[in-house]
Design a protein around this ligand. Structure first.
Ligand code: HEC
Ligand code: HEC
Length: 205
């Protein structure tokens, strides 16, 4: 009797573990839309909105080339210019060769203070890897690059959606761009709008 109860308990727990796994898998893809379910026209419209986000200084200022010079757009300004104080990301992209970014950009999930306080996020401040360069690129170039697994961290459309959610779960750079501290401009729309647009664009192929 006892043994069969244990067996039932074990079976029940493994079923719930399985169900949990299936649920978790579904929920991690809950943003994705079935491929082909979105028209080319709607996909292109979504891309235009994505383009306005990824070329916005709040995103592009970190996605710079191999010169590794961060860009900033202080409060009250709309145009990007070279980061003050001679800061250099180096090959490490975190400034390890000279002055590390975290000297000023602390790692913190607290809301960003008003400019000119250095912005922070829940992950260590750093430049995006060289192959993710957006700064100074046209929308069309970024579009091609985002679909090229060699230049987007090996991600497909669902992988890009997962990256957005993963970054948000860590209070990372992406949702923070819409909450950069009083005084700084934000990309158009909201973080959730951006996730929806990436899903539309991905499903339109
Ligand atoms: C503080 C610097 C910083 C800011 C600001 C920033 N990023 Fe990034 N981004 C990074 C780093 C670092 C990576 C590499 C992380 C990884 O691959 O796990 C990255 C990677 C990415 C990737 C995946 C790789 C790719 O290029 O396909 C996407 C998508 C992305 N960022 C989108 C954004 C968007 C959208 C914004 C603005 C809303 C933004 N980032 C703002 C630093 C930044
Ligand atoms: C000596 C302090 C200091 C260091 C070190 C530093 N920063 Fe900054 N950074 C700042 C300050 C202050 C601002 C805010 C300027 C403003 O908005 O008025 C800023 C802004 C930025 C911005 C602009 C963010 C935006 O939304 O426009 C980026 C990108 C940036 N820093 C990247 C870096 C990177 C990458 C490193 C390391 C390689 C780094 N910084 C090192 C002080 C610093």
């Amino acid at each position: 009797m006892k043994r069969s109860l244990v067996a039932i308990a074990l079976a029940a727990s493994s079923i719930s573990a399985l169900a949990g796994f299936v649920l978790a898998k579904d929920s991690s893809n809950k943003d994705a839309l079935p491929p082909g379910s979105v028209s080319q026209t709607d996909g292109l419209k979504a891309w235009k909105r994505i383009e306005a986000v990824v070329t916005h200084p709040r995103c592009a200022n970190c996605h710079v080339d191999a010169n590794a010079i961060p860009i900033w757009t202080p409060a009250g300004e709309t145009k990007p210019r070279v980061h003050g104080m001679n800061i250099h990301g180096g090959e490490s992209r975190i400034g390890a060769e000279a002055l590390v970014c975290s000297t000023c950009h602390v790692t913190s999930t607290f809301p960003n203070e008003p400019a000119p306080a250095p912005p922070h996020a829940g992950i260590d401040w750093q430049l995006a890897p060289v192959e993710f360069i957006w700064f100074g690129k046209t929308g069309a170039e970024i579009c091609t690059q985002l679909r090229d697994p060699k230049r987007n961290g090996g991600r497909d459309a669902v992988g890009l959606l997962e990256h957005l959610r993963h970054d948000a779960s860590l209070n990372g750079f992406i949702p923070r761009s819409w909450d950069p501290g009083t005084g700084r401009t934000t990309p158009p729309g909201t973080f959730e709008d951006h996730v929806k647009d990436v899903a539309l664009w991905g499903a339109a192929g």
